[in-house]
Each structure stands twice: as structure tokens, then as C-alpha cells.
Design a protein around this ligand. Sequence first.
Ligand SMILES: NC(=O)c1ccc[n+]([C@@H]2O[C@H](COP(=O)([O-])OP(=O)(O)OC[C@H]3O[C@@H](n4cnc5c(N)ncnc54)[C@H](OP(=O)(O)O)[C@@H]3O)[C@@H](O)[C@H]2O)c1
Length: 211
Amino acid sequence: MTTAIIGTGGIGSAIARRLASGGETLRLSSADAESARTLAAQIGRAAVVAAGNRDALRGADAVVLALRFTVLKGVIDEIAGPLAGKLVVVPSNPFTLDAQGNVSRVLPEGQSSGEVVAGWLPAGARLAMAFGTLSADLFESSSDRTPEPAVLFYATGDDRAGEEVERLIRTAGFEPVKAGGIEQSGRLEVGGDLHDLVVGLARARSLTGAA
Ligand SMILES: NC(=O)c1ccc[n+]([C@@H]2O[C@H](COP(=O)([O-])OP(=O)(O)OC[C@H]3O[C@@H](n4cnc5c(N)ncnc54)[C@H](OP(=O)(O)O)[C@@H]3O)[C@@H](O)[C@H]2O)c1
């Protein structure tokens, strides 16, 4: 199947490499096409560079918005039409870094990033917050773990999005576990109890109460 990846920086590149190694076909775009071109050349035949963000969605079953939280809304507005009917995967953490290196949350305390992003999406787009729980290095080094695969947590309020994101998580070499509805996305983000956690299925289920 085909997934569009918009944003080919630290986490977008890692997600692209993992999905391609699991057999997914990719359409890549970035602000400056050079970074998407470099990544596509590294991945090989499984990845093509799109002519822009909207073009990345052409023929794609899903899109990963691997963007800093502060640019997400602008890109969603730009591609809103073609987003309807697609799975939208968001790994973004709602944090920003100032010139002094100080990290701060861009949303008020208690407001979940998933609910905010859901409010930006057009009707018919199916949202899953996923692929942002591990740093890019840890994500890549924990994939295809043996003998027991590592878990990647996700949050969604949409059953179909859940099935679709589980397929992508398995394609990337992880076992999927749902943390809860979209309002639970705070558990996945920096500072959340499921962030930066590399665990197997039994431990993941005990943490989430999943069956
Ligand atoms: N890096 C990690 O280890 C990691 C892990 C988990 C979650 N996250 C989260 O994932 C999000 C992205 O982080 P990152 O480290 O990957 O950021 P990054 O390295 O800065 O990459 C951001 C990407 O977005 C692209 N971009 C910016 N504006 C765009 C636009 N208008 N249209 C298309 N592409 C655009 C940039 O394009 P150019 O390449 O052309 O500049 C770049 O490829 C953040 O919210 C972060 O919290 C990151």
C-alpha cells in the first residue's frame, strides 16, 4: 500500500525508512524538496518525491504528518480537500524550542494535542496519534526486535483508523497497542507515562488496561 510522508526531518525520515523496509510504497514531501530527494535516494525504489504536499496525497491510502506542531495547522489547511477519506497519522509533540534551547508546551495544561489536531481536520479524515512516542534513534533501534517485538502505542477515537494504523505499526516492525481514545494522546507525548517506553505486549497491556 502507499503512504504519504509530509516532513522528512528527524522522525519523518525514520518512519519512512521503517515503512519502506516493511514493504510500504512512499510519497515524500518536505518544505525544501532537497531533504525529501535525499531521503528518497537513500530508500530507493520504494520512495518517490512528490511535487508538493497536495501531490504527496495522490493515490496514498494514508498520510503521516511528520511536522513540528506549530506548522501542522498550516499544512492541514493546505491539503484539507484530499485529506477526507484518508488515515492521518500524527507523531508531533506539542512542544517548541526557543533560541536558548528551552522547551515549552504550546498547548494549555490538560489540553490534549490529539483533540486539537482532530479539530483542525476536515470531515472524513481519520486521525491516529502515533509514531511520536520514541526518539527517532530509539524508534529505529527498537524495530524488528526479537524474540519479542517492541510495542508502539497509539491513540484514536476511530475504529477504522485503529485498524489502519495498526497495519502501519506492524509494517514498521512493532506490535501496536491502543492507549485509548484521541483524548489520551497526552500519555504518548513528551512527559507522558507512555513516552520513550520500549516494552513488550504484556507490559503494554498492563499499562493501558488493553485486553
Ligand atoms: N525527531 C525525533 O526524534 C522525534 C521523535 C518523536 C516525535 N517527534 C515529533 O515529530 C515532530 C517533527 O519532529 P522532527 O524532529 O522530525 O522535526 P524536523 O527534523 O524539524 O523535521 C520537520 C520536517 O518538516 C518539514 N516541513 C516544515 N514545514 C513544512 C511544510 N510547510 N510543508 C512540508 N514540510 C514541512 C521540514 O522540511 P525541510 O526538511 O525541507 O526543512 C522537515 O522535513 C515534532 O513535533 C517532534 O516533537 C520527533
